[in-house]
Design a protein around this ligand. Structure first.
Ligand SMILES: CC(C)(COP(=O)(O)OP(=O)(O)OC[C@H]1O[C@@H](n2cnc3c(N)ncnc32)[C@H](O)[C@@H]1OP(=O)(O)O)[C@@H](O)C(=O)NCCC(=O)NCCS
Length: 206
C-alpha cells in the first residue's frame, strides 16, 4: 500500500493547522486510564488498515463527521460523501490506491476511521513532502478512550515511511476540542485562513 497523493478533499476544506517543527512532532499519547466508561471495551477495538469492504461503513461515519462539522462550518456539503467524487475519494483511500485509510473495528461495526495522504509540499517551501490527515472521526460513545490517538499514531508511522517531513491537519476554527486533541499530539497552529461570505449572503443559507 501507499502512494503519493494529491490533497483532493482538502481543496474543499479550510485553514491549515500543521506542525511547526517536524523535529518536534510527537506521536499522540494513548491516554490509558482515560475518562471514558467504554475504556475497557475500547481496548478490544482493533485498529487496522481500511479495505474495500469497509466502504459502506466509511461513508456512514463520514456522514456523521460532516453532520458534526457543519456545526462549525455550515458551508460543508452534507451530500458530498455519497456523491461520485466522495465515493471515489473513499474507495481510493480504502484500497490504498491514493492515500490511505485506517479503521477502528468494534465487533460488527466501525467505531472510527482516519483517511489521509502524503503529497508534495507547496513549491515555495523548503520541505518536500507533507502528510495530511484528511478526515478523522470516532463515534461519540467510543470517545475519550484513546482510539483517536491510536488512529493518528498509525497514520503518522505510515506517513514517516512515505518520507513525509511534516504532518498537517485542517480543522474548523470553531472545533476547539479537536484542536486541543491535535495540540496534545504536538501539532501547532501554522497557517490561519480567514474567510467571509460575499456581502448580503449568509453561510447559514448555503
Ligand atoms: C477528535 C476525535 C477524533 C478524538 O477521538 P477520541 O477517540 O475521543 O480521542 P482520544 O480518546 O485519543 O483523546 C480524547 C481527547 O480528545 C478530545 N476531544 C476532541 N473532540 C472531542 C469530542 N467531540 N468529544 C470528546 N472528546 C473530544 C478531548 O479533549 C479528549 O481529551 P480528554 O480525555 O482530556 O477530555 C473525536 O473526538 C471526534 O471524532 N470528534 C468529532 C470529529 C472531529 O472533530 N474530528 C477532527 C477534525 S478532522
Amino acid at each position: 500500500m501507499g502512494s503519493t497523493a494529491s490533497t483532493s478533499r482538502t481543496a474543499r476544506q479550510r485553514p491549515r493547522l500543521a506542525a511547526r517543527d517536524p523535529g518536534r512532532v510527537q506521536s499522540l499519547e494513548t491516554r490509558e486510564g482515560g475518562s471514558s466508561k467504554d475504556w475497557k471495551a475500547a481496548k478490544r477495538v482493533v485498529v487496522r488498515p481500511a479495505a474495500a469492504a469497509d466502504l459502506r461503513e466509511l461513508l456512514r461515519l463520514d456522514e456523521a463527521l460532516i453532520a458534526e462539522d457543519r456545526r462549525h462550518d455550515p458551508t460543508i456539503d452534507p451530500a458530498w460523501t455519497r456523491s461520485a467524487g466522495g465515493r471515489r475519494f473513499f474507495r481510493d483511500r480504502a484500497t490504498g490506491r491514493e492515500g490511505i485509510g485506517w479503521v477502528a473495528e468494534a465487533g460488527d461495526h466501525l467505531a472510527g476511521y482516519l483517511v489521509g495522504c502524503v503529497g508534495p509540499a507547496e513549491d515555495y517551501r523548503r520541505v518536500q513532502k507533507v502528510a495530511e490527515i484528511e478526515c478523522l472521526y470516532v463515534e461519540p460513545r467510543w470517545r475519550g478512550a484513546g482510539i483517536g490517538a491510536r488512529l493518528v499514531r498509525r497514520f503518522e508511522r505510515w506517513a514517516r515511511r512515505q518520507g513525509a517531513e511534516r504532518m498537517r491537519v485542517v480543522v474548523s476554527a470553531g472545533n476547539v476540542r479537536a484542536i486541543r486533541f491535535y495540540q496534545r499530539g504536538g501539532y501547532r497552529l501554522h497557517d490561519v485562513v480567514l474567510e467571509k461570505p460575499r456581502r448580503g449572503r449568509s453561510d447559514r443559507a448555503q
